[in-house]
Design a protein around this ligand. Structure first.
Ligand code: NAD
Ligand code: ZN
Length: 355
């Protein structure tokens, strides 16, 4: 399946299928220099593929530490200096082969190397259906995640779903949170459909039909980001589940999507209180239990410290904590939520997990 962004200019294709790599040639044949930036764990599993690409295109191979450890200033410095020592021309393409961390890092490298060279995303995780699209690239600062970065679009996203076969279940769960979030932003049919498809751990592990759901997820994200690339307006909707989720992720250092799923449940409780709705919270908690999300950490959550972290969220404005709520499935809005409401919602939230 293939999608294309619909900006006024500088559009890029997003190819989502098994064996999508067969099409890589069309996008890289004209570059003088090619650098593959590959996540270490991906390299461990897939070196036969990366070696093939490297020899076919006389590309440099750069293996980077697995996951988040790549997104640091010191590693960025080391890497960009080493790339500059290779006397690359401006007709260079960097190709990220890995999850969101490798993609964010490589995109940032590309945006700054020689004032900007091209880059291509080859996502290898489920989560990266989200991170590889939209042009946000960056690394972490000691002041917080993703604070050093740019908006910089890739030339193509080539999402070869064969890579997903080596993902551990924990990473499937992490990525699935964003797929599910996109369904919630879409409509009730999408949510019913995906819950029926992935009704328990065994079904989700199989990844049957994942191509369709990733396609739908990317399409939902595209509709939003093309309308608002720099997050002044509707792009905020993509933060559904993330205000509380980021606080939990930061505090407990758990995978992003595990925290986002917890944040999604919290958001439903706040929605019920603020918008006078009656979303069935037990349904969502049971759904997460059925998929085997690690939920024990909920017992260790404590309101005051999470509240402080929510206040620090860079997405807030001077009026305090902002959250995305759902007037209905598929109908998000952004609201300020005060201390009292958050604290009440938190007490209710805890009660669902004590059962
Ligand atoms: P990740 O890149 O850290 O990958 C997760 C883990 O899976 C790592 O240990 C990695 O080594 C491993 N891995 C990757 N592909 C594999 C494969 N095919 N087989 C086996 N193991 C594999 O994390 P992620 O969950 O893909 O992405 C999270 C990152 O994305 C965060 O840094 C987050 O800030 C960023 N992000 C960016 C955006 C954006 O718009 N730019 C959006 C969401 C998230
Ligand atoms: Zn996210």
């Amino acid at each position: 399946m293939k999608l294309e962004t619909t900006y006024k200019s500088n559009n890029y294709p997003i190819i989502i299928e098994h064996h999508a790599l067969d099409q890589l040639h069309d996008y890289i044949k004209n570059y003088q220099d090619i650098v593959l930036v590959i996540d270490q764990k991906v390299e461990n599993e897939w070196s036969h593929i990366t070696d093939f690409i490297a020899s076919e295109y006389e590309a440099h191979k750069l293996i980077v530490p697995s996951g988040e450890t790549t997104k640091t200033l010191s590693f960025y410095e080391e890497t960009i200096e080493s790339l500059l020592s290779k006397q690359l021309t401006r007709n260079t393409c960097l190709i990220a082969i890995g999850g969101g961390a490798t993609g964010d890092f490589t995109g940032f490298l590309a945006s700054t190397l020689l004032r900007g060279v091209d880059f291509i995303q080859i996502p290898t995780t489920i989560l990266a259906h989200d991170s590889s699209v939209g042009g946000k690239v960056g690394i972490n600062s000691k002041h917080g995640k993703n604070l050093i970065g740019a908006f910089y679009r890739p030339k193509a996203v080539i999402y070869d779903l064969n890579f997903l076969s080596t993902l551990p279940y924990s990473e499937i769960l992490s990525g699935y949170a964003e797929v599910y979030k996109h369904a919630l932003l879409n409509d009730i049919e999408s949510v019913n459909h995906i819950e029926a498809q992935y009704s328990d751990e065994q079904a989700l592990k199989s990844l049957d039909e994942i191509e369709y759901y990733l396609y739908k997820g990317v399409q939902t994200k595209l509709n939003i980001i093309v309308a608002d690339e720099k997050e002044s307006n509707v792009r905020k909707f993509l933060n559904l589940g993330h205000t509380f989720g980021h606080a939990v992720e930061y505090k407990f250092k758990i995978p992003h999507g595990h925290a986002v799923m917890i944040g999604i449940v919290f958001q439903f409780i706040v929605t019920n209180i603020m918008l006078n709705k009656s979303f069935n919270i037990a349904h969502y908690v049971n759904y997460l239990r059925g998929l085997n999300y690690p939920l024990d950490i909920v017992n260790d959550l404590e309101f005051e410290s999470l509240y402080k972290l929510m206040l620090n969220d860079k997405k807030n404005d001077e009026q305090g904590v902002q959250m995305v709520l759902l007037k209905d499935i598929g109908d998000p809005i952004v609201r300020h939520v005060d201390y009292k409401t958050l604290s009440k919602a938190f007490a209710e939230f805890k009660s669902y997990f004590n059962k």
